[in-house]
Design a protein around this ligand. Structure first.
Ligand SMILES: CC(C)(COP(=O)(O)OP(=O)(O)OC[C@H]1O[C@@H](n2cnc3c(N)ncnc32)[C@H](O)[C@@H]1OP(=O)(O)O)[C@@H](O)C(=O)NCCC(=O)NCCS
Length: 106
């Protein structure tokens, strides 16, 4: 799922939750769903996606460590777990604090 969030005041999307039923994991379903979601976001004119997740999984989709771009959170998480992706090379990631949608409580 992709939900609206902001990096400071810049609109962005947060990726998650993302889950595949255990019996169907490691068959490419998760990757297919994530690539489709990112493609849909790009087509809709979105520029930025952030994710809080496994640091060994999301880099394959182009995500890099958010702190390198000056992006942080208001809560304490392992630095490598917060990652970000620019969907359009003409729009580099902005620095700032990620503000999740209210239901996330972050
Ligand atoms: C993470 C998840 C969505 C991946 O979906 P999937 O369909 O199993 O993934 P794919 O088949 O597309 O990709 C498999 C690859 O993901 C890797 N992977 C799966 N789960 C991983 C994890 N928790 N951490 C790191 N890598 C993981 C596998 O090692 C495999 O790597 P390889 O291609 O180098 O062999 C799925 O494992 C899941 O639902 N996990 C439980 C919920 C969860 O942790 N969600 C993510 C919250 S951040």
């Amino acid at each position: 799922m992709l939900t609206r969030c902001h990096i400071d005041r810049t609109p962005a999307l947060c990726l998650g939750p993302c889950a595949v039923l255990p019996g169907y994991q490691r068959r490419g379903a998760g990757s297919a769903a994530i690539r489709a979601a990112l493609a849909a976001a790009r087509e809709k004119g979105e520029y930025f996606v952030v994710v809080l997740g496994h640091p060994t999984y999301y880099p394959r989709f182009g995500f890099t460590r958010a702190s390198v771009h000056g992006i942080g959170l208001t809560i304490d998480v392992p630095d490598e777990a917060l990652m970000a992706l620019a969907l359009d090379s003409g729009h580099p990631l902005p620095g700032g604090t990620v503000r999740y949608a209210a239901p996330f409580g972050i």
